[in-house]
Design a protein around this ligand. Sequence first.
Ligand code: CA
Ligand code: CA
Length: 313
Amino acid sequence: MIRRPDASRRSTHDHRTYAAAYDSLKYLGAGIRSGGHAVWIVLLIVSLSACTPIAQIPTAAPRDSGTVEDGPPETASERGRVQRVVDGDSLIVDGRDVRLIGINAPERGDAQHVAAREHLRSLVDGETVYLERDVERRDQYGRELAYVYRDDGTFVNHEMLRAGYAQAYTVPPNVLHALVAIQAEMAARESGSGLWARSELPLEITHLQHDAPGRDEENPGGEWIEIENTGRVAVALENVSIRDEANNVYVFADGDLGPGQVVRVHSGRGDDAPGRRFWGESRAIWNNGGDAAILRDPEGRFIDIWRYEGRPR
Ligand SMILES: [Ca+2]
Ligand SMILES: [Ca+2]
């Protein structure tokens, strides 16, 4: 993998990302955090927990793709036609609402929303696609959860990540392709594609306290995210934003951060002070079961990500 000169300070986040992926798989009882055979062992356990016949396991292997293979895997056994692409992670197949597993594309109103939707359209609109299932068949909104493949074998969920039009979004127990999703997102980040076009601002997320002392909903101020100026000049914070996976957004209204200084943004309400801000809503923000914080500059360019896993959701 090609590393850019500024990639070193982000490498710790990448490492954590791998650990997070293994941690999410660990919930299924594998208890494995590293090792080249871990994926296969985990897939075996995932497949067994989903009551999938063992004969299907080899075809459930994560694809390296984006790339074209011989065709969709045998486990993608449902075929349908894409009638409409709703946005970058959902579409309508034969009248059914389908949500792509393992990815999260920008919402309506976000800078990259249209680009993500158009990329998914270019991949599948009007096409025959093949759906592969994971443990849960539907999400909380009743949409069918699926991995989507084109007739030529292109793994569409993965392609959206690889092109940088979505972020990896792992929701256990649906983790069949979680590792390759994280890897695809990392590759897009390395190349600065799509959502990951880089900001020049020298800011870094240095900590996220996602579990507040006591019950988080009663003590949201006990959650906080810390941002540091790692550069040599002061940075204006106005319109720098922090977003979680549920699209809660905090936008700095004003202020400067000097070289080496840190600012903590607490969830909940309170009085801003030097080095301390409050999100301004009465509830907790950071999901104890795992979440991701993304820091962007005033033009929406990517600064940093902090992803973590916690207790199972
Ligand atoms: Ca929390
Ligand atoms: Ca707590």
